[in-house]
Write a protein of this length. Structure first.
Lengths: 229, 229
DNA sequence: CGCAACATGACAGAGGCATGACAGCGCCGT
DNA sequence: ACGGCGCTGTCATGCCTCTGTCATGTTGCG
């Protein structure tokens, strides 16, 4: 019931303040001061969400984020990064993806909690089974099947992962780089234009059901899954 | 333009130090040594933000915060509390009272000002997600969408960036050179007159909604986004 | 009135994206 | 082992939107 959140942050005062705020918001909190402690904490009890400081002793938060993404046990756990500067954020946002959201320091606890809840809500419907339903589409996670209305859709593996990611991250634009990170996995080298092709293939399979406009192009930015035109 | 900040703090040395730092950061400062003086100062000229010390003679800062929240005239004014180390349990109470943020003593003026700016920014509708709402317009940052009233607006990439910059920097005149720097990015060579054209295009997309007068010309200086005609 | 600053419309070029084709690859049954 | 077969990544092409610039009309100001 209560969501479990892991805070990875070296500065004790921030860590404590955030921990108090989260407990107040009915969340279970685990703390870690560095990457090593974080991995131990994760092995101990896997969290539902990870708060990751940008600057950590030894290993940067970004490196840790990558390692977590590569580990199948933590690949699906959403990550929110705490960054120091607003300027770095844009660059980070474009280049280094694999993170679900950013919060820029200094932040108020109120704002942080709002963002955490937003991310957890987004992952909702993915109640462990990996099933989602949205905009006339339904994904049956365990059965690895997709339905439009009542009828089943034939869909390839990559399009399946792409659609699943979109449905669990709707109403939000993702760059091609971000999609490559989330859908293909960070450790492959693939042309960004390849994303276009799979978007095309996904649209094509949705077309017979009139659902191809769920996948929308945002010129100059990327793609977006949205239930509103 | 200049934000008005009220400091409620009984220790004169801290009060003066903070006041000095705030004035240097282009803010108007009012001071009060206790709760009674604070209420007089607020009645005199309502501030945009209140800095509240935890320990006050007569009435604790927390009580005062509750009273301010209860009064409709001050309910919307953000509050930042100054707490001493080791009062963490009290933070929880502060959250209940609707305090917006905390700064733990001892603090650097730099950090304090950063927090103040963050809270003020949020009070203006910027919650850190890149979304803004102002003058009948709303930008959904993550979804990369613009709404006028309730309906969505079709807008090009450059006009989007231009509008976003304006909405996050309203009520202030920017020269064409400044707009080129902020919206186009510093490393491009573009005629200054090009700005005029994009201003024109932005106005044109706002025209159907009667919002074109949000973008105002300041002859001899540049352009300004303002909610007041 | 005359000048400078700005508004407006038109236009050609650039660049982003959609689309269809194709070759490599792994998988499977024969 | 061999030959289909489905899937994937890349490329070439064409379309279409956006963009910067110019020419011309309009406005404000001394």
């Amino acid at each position: 019931m209560h969501k479990r959140v892991l805070i990875v942050e070296d500065e004790a005062s921030i860590r404590d303040m955030v921990a108090f705020a989260l407990r107040k918001a009915d969340m279970d909190v685990a703390q870690a001061a560095d990457a090593r402690a974080a991995e131990i904490a994760i092995a101990d009890a896997p969290p539902d969400l990870i708060l990751l400081d940008w600057m950590l002793p030894g290993m940067t938060g970004l490196e840790l984020a990558r390692r977590l993404r590569h580990d199948p046990r933590t690949a699906e756990v959403p990550i929110i990064m705490l960054t120091a500067r607003g300027e770095e954020m844009d660059r980070v946002n474009g280049l280094e993806a694999g993170v679900d959201d950013y919060v820029v320091k200094p932040f108020s606890t109120r704002e942080l909690i709002a963002r955490i809840k937003a991310v957890l809500r987004r992952a909702q419907g993915d109640d462990g089974t990996g099933s989602v339903e949205l905009g006339g589409l339904r994904i049956d996670g365990p059965a690895h099947r997709v339905f439009a209305g009542g009828t089943q859709i034939e869909i390839g593996p990559t399009e399946y992962r792409l659609l699943h990611f979109f449905m669990t991250h709707a109403e939000r634009v993702y760059t091609r780089a971000q999609l490559l990170d989330h859908v293909w996995g960070g450790s492959v080298y693939v042309e960004e234009r390849t994303v276009d092709v799979h978007i095309r293939r996904l649209r094509k399979t949705l077309e017979p059901f009139g659902l191809e406009n769920l996948v929308q192009t945002v010129r100059g930015s990327g793609y977006r899954f949205s239930t509103s035109a």
